[in-house]
Design a protein around this ligand. Structure first.
Ligand code: TXA
Ligand code: MG
Length: 337
């Protein structure tokens, strides 16, 4: 289901023009789309997500051809990144054109732009012609949707139309890079890795500086299931899960291997050792484990190399939800009860 029919696209474009919300697939995750030039439609996005109104949105375009309507002149680094990675899983934070709405930028001087490569997103964007502001199509702070049914689970009837493009190929959100005043900064890791970025523009700083734009997705508790998540070293999984079982606690486990023994009260998913497959399945696996009726989800720590940067970032943010809870703090730092 990679392409929509022409009548589906026409209905979606009509809905966008009427100020309604349209969810659509991208190669990363599903987006909750609204006409980026319609303030009332943008208010619906924030209401549907329960997202604080000052958090900026990504504007999606079908290509760089209308970029000048949204941004100031690009730096040479931004030009190179756009030429190399668009269409694709890269979002560029750029100096905004004067008319771009505050609801899109969060009142900042920059605007985030992405040209997704998913054929159905391309169909929609080309037919619509303008910019579509689209955060991930989930409630604020929740897991991003990677299938159309996740969007309905998250947002119900507040979305007028959900275009169903099947499973998202990559499964984690786009890499976000800010390109302003000669500085290039990686704000959120994704499928476009740091070494790919550095191979294209040379110097890339990591993380926002004090004056850099806000990225709510980079805040600590985010991308999280309802069930508390704890990161656990691979060699501690069975002992930890077993000791919780002994206390009568049901446990969910997201591991990179099979369990070494059968544990009665454990729901175990083996997500494997391939970073791309792991990322593709990550949010769907966490959704499954979230529904397993367990008091916590233990997630095996993933490797430290760059191929795991995006996954590790999302897992750390999912686990950060727990850090205010003292009892969980001890276990999440690896100390067994
Ligand atoms: O893969 C993706 O990027 C998906 C798909 C739907 O395109 N979208 C997505 O949107 O992840 P959202 O809203 O969930 O995350 C976008 C991130 C937010 O953390 C937001 O703060 C950041 O982009 N952002 C948007 N505009 C920004 C700006 N002007 N400066 C800094 N960060 C910005
Ligand atoms: Mg999001």
């Amino acid at each position: 289901m990679v392409r929509a029919t022409q009548s589906e696209i026409e209905a979606a474009v009509e809905a966008l023009r009427a100020g309604e919300l349209v969810a659509f697939p991208t190669e990363t995750v599903y987006g909750l789309g609204a006409n980026a030039q319609n303030p009332a439609a943008l208010r619906k996005v924030f209401a549907a997500k329960g997202r604080p109104a000052h958090h900026p949105l990504i504007v999606h375009l079908d290509s760089a051809r209308y970029l000048h309507r949204w941004t100031q002149k690009l730096t040479p680094e931004a030009e190179r990144l756009a030429a190399r990675f668009w269409p694709g899983p890269l979002t560029l934070v750029l100096p905004k054109a004067p008319h771009v709405l505050d609801a899109v930028t969060g009142g900042q001087e920059t605007v985030a732009i992405r040209v997704p490569g998913h054929p159905m997103a391309q169909q929609l964007l080309t037919a619509f012609g303008g910019g579509i502001a689209a955060p991930s199509a989930n409630r604020y702070g929740h897991l991003s949707p990677t299938r159309a049914e996740h969007v309905r689970d998250e947002l119900g009837d507040t979305v007028k139309i959900v275009l169903d493009g099947g499973e998202c190929q990559l499964g984690v959100e786009s890499t976000i890079v800010s390109c302003t005043e000669g500085s290039v900064r990686l704000l959120r890791p994704g499928a476009v890795t740091l070494s790919l970025l550095r191979g294209t523009v040379g110097d890339v700083q990591i993380g926002a500086d004090a004056t850099a734009p806000r990225v709510p997705g980079s805040m600590q508790a985010h991308y999280a299931p309802q069930t508390p998540v704890e990161l656990v070293p691979g060699d501690g999984l069975e002992v930890f899960a077993g000791s919780l079982n002994d206390q009568g606690e049901r446990v969910a486990v997201l591991a990179m291997r099979l369990p070494l023994k059968t544990l009665p009260l454990v729901t175990w998913i083996n997500a494997g050792r391939k970073p791309q497959t792991y990322a593709h399945d990550l949010y769907a696996n966490l959704r499954t484990l979230d529904k397993a009726g367990c008091a916590r989800i233990l997630v095996q720590e993933v490797p430290g190399d760059e191929r795991w940067d995006a996954v590790r970032d999302r897992l750390q943010k999912a686990a950060a939800r727990n850090v205010t809870d003292d009892s969980l703090q001890a276990t999440s730092s690896g100390v067994l009860p």
